[in-house]
Design a binder for this molecule. Sequence first.
Ligand code: GLN
Length: 300
Amino acid sequence: MQNPPGPREAEWTILSLLKWATGYFTSHGIDSPRATAEILLAALLNLKRIDLYLRYDQPLLKSELSEFKSLIKRRVNREPVAYITGKKEFWSLDLEVNPDVLIPRPDTETLVEAALSCLKPMDSSPNSSEQVLELGTGSGAIVLALASEQPKYRYIATDISLKALDIAKINARRHQLETAIQFVAGNWLNPFSPNKPVFDMILSNPPYIPSEDISGLQPEVNRFEPLLALDGRSDGLHAIRQIIFSAHPLLKPQGVLLLEMGFNQKEAVIQLIQHCGHYHPFQIIKDYAGHDRVVVMYKT
Ligand code: GLN
């Protein structure tokens, strides 16, 4: 990458650098160029984004300039902003992320909302036996959102990736929720056999993209995010199918299973539920973009 044209390096200020970076991102087809420039520069300078506005005239050190250039290069190479900064906000929680975990999506807040509306507020019994199980927790985003809202439940969160569990534990500590959540390594429901009906709720945002669609996703996703968290095998439903068929024995009577799914998987998921025969009633919920996104099913 060439040096930014314009003033000599010593004369670069926050404002002139933001302007230059915005143009550079625009010419490289990067979404939200100005916001991206601001987020990366704020992260580098250890400032809040809003503080940049108060310091527009602040000159940059040579070392800051060269570090900023390397962040810009990473973004132009399509690395997601969240992996460059190591942070992502979800449900107003600041979370640490890295390429071992999926970057939490706004769509997934629909799953959290649906789950919260199923959890009854518990004002008594601190030693409650009400238990919630999250499968494939990744960064811990979902279970942390639930535990921050409903701290009296007992939470268990699993992942098959030990590296993902490390991040989830860091995030739990960061939000003082480490005692509310027990983390377990394992594949979907395997760690919980022999099956006893101990959970009030089981939920997951499992991988649900059909394998052959992965290469057509944005480069930010298919070149940087963990395949393990995205790839739902040939029909995209491998994990969803496995969870639907193996979760019901672990749910208490009237327990609820909630799954995030692809926008075009509604019919197939309904067929799976009917074929399984252990859930009734069930409901499909749309995300804020109007796409079918979450299925809520009650154990019969
Ligand atoms: N919603 C994600 C995406 O489209 C997929 C997440 C998943 O497979 N669970 O990138």
